[in-house]
Design a protein around this ligand. Structure first.
Ligand code: CA
Length: 366
């Protein structure tokens, strides 16, 4: 059976496991074995995270375990953290070059390679988790993901969602947009660019350097994730204000896969990898939510002096206005960015109607 047939007719009742990425045409006579009864494959995965990083590293570790069990030990995966390869922001290049077969990282780190990648983690004031998964898997998102990454010799797959992220840890209260002026803040992606428009100095630093940078006042504020993981970083010990989020409503982590390595896998190993990536993505999304509940409880009971605040309404209005201007500017100068952004925007316009009369309404009456 040809690989495409396996994926089309197989495990999920004819629904493509990950959209178009697993249905692409291959040149005839590519020599790929249909199944792997006598094949052993060892892959290496590089993460963008520090060693043994909670939640983030559970995904790829679980992926390795699943692949080994599904394949009867014939498809093994070695997971290297940034502690080993020393290049948290080098994952794109290492996977593209084939130094690693795949990575566990985030698409928006690569906006310098391709602006549209900034849209494929999360977008300020954009879709929430379920809207985004609907867009990715049933709204044409995976096809656009492929269009963005394949020209770089890469395939990209969802790897789990943080859910709504917090707005960050600050040492001073933000009372108006002027308080962002000159503020050195660690915040990646489009959110950082929006804050720059308000006069802030956004900095992208690897996770392993954040606490020290904040403690030594190299930076004034740090945006990281949410209570699930922020408390493990210790930010609550050195900053007083913890703001609610706006910039990462549904940050999806990323499995980045070398296209050629994927195509050379036997068909059954490809299917195992696709299923295991999707399973671990759901697992990571679930774990983030559960750990956020625990993290918030810990914050409230053990660190009562930390003030959990909303940005003032006028600040939110300005952030939203600047987000629109920024996205429009990107779209005006980059056609691929415009294509992805228009697609997401149109989907969200439709999705929000349902969200409003389902999730949003329900939350107001619960
Ligand atoms: Ca973040």
């Amino acid at each position: 059976m040809k690989r495409r047939d396996v994926l089309r007719t197989g495990l999920l009742s004819g629904v493509a496991l990950f959209g178009a990425a697993c249905q692409q045409k291959r040149p005839e006579g590519g020599g790929q074995p249909a199944a792997s009864a006598h094949v052993r494959v060892h892959w290496r995965l590089a993460t963008s995270w520090p060693p043994n990083f909670p939640i983030f590293e559970h995904g790829p570790r679980r992926l390795a375990e699943l692949l080994e069990r599904l394949s009867g030990g014939r498809f093994t995966l070695e997971v290297d953290s940034a502690g080993k390869h020393k290049a948290p922001f080098g994952v794109f290049d290492m996977v593209r070059s084939g130094t690693y077969h795949m990575g566990h990282t985030a698409a928006y780190y690569w906006k310098g390679k391709e602006p549209a990648m900034a849209l494929l983690t999360t977008v300020p004031f954009g879709m929430n988790v379920w809207e985004q998964y609907a867009w990715l898997f049933y709204g044409g998102g995976m096809e656009l993901m492929e269009k963005v990454f394949r020209p770089h010799g890469l395939l990209s797959f969802p790897a789990g969602n943080t859910g709504v992220q917090m707005g960050g840890w600050f040492r001073k209260e933000i009372r108006s947009v002027h308080d962002f002026r000159g503020l050195k803040i660690r915040i990646p992606g489009l959110g950082g660019e929006v804050l720059a428009r308000l006069g802030a100095e956004p900095i992208t630093l690897p996770a392993g350097e954040l606490y020290t940078a904040l403690e030594k006042r190299v930076i004034d504020a740090v945006e990281w994730v949410s209570p699930a993981i922020d408390l493990l970083m210790g930010f609550q010990e050195i900053s007083e204000y913890y703001y609610l989020g706006w910039h990462e409503p549904a940050a999806e982590l990323q499995y980045l896969v070398n296209e050629r390595a994927f195509e050379e896998l036997p068909a059954d190993f490809q299917a195992m990898l696709l299923v295991a990536m999707k399973e671990t993505a759901l697992d990571t999304t679930s774990e983030f939510f559960a750990r956020n509940i625990e993290g918030l409880e810990t914050l409230r009971t053990k660190y009562p002096l930390v003030k959990v605040l909303r940005f003032p309404d006028e600040v939110i209005a300005e952030l939203k206005r600047q987000t629109q201007l920024l996205l429009n500017e990107y779209a005006a100068r980059d056609s691929l960015f415009r294509q992805v952004w228009d697609h997401q925007r149109r989907f969200l316009e439709r999705a929000r109607q349902w969200t409003e009369i389902s999730e949003y309404y329900y939350l107001t009456i619960r």
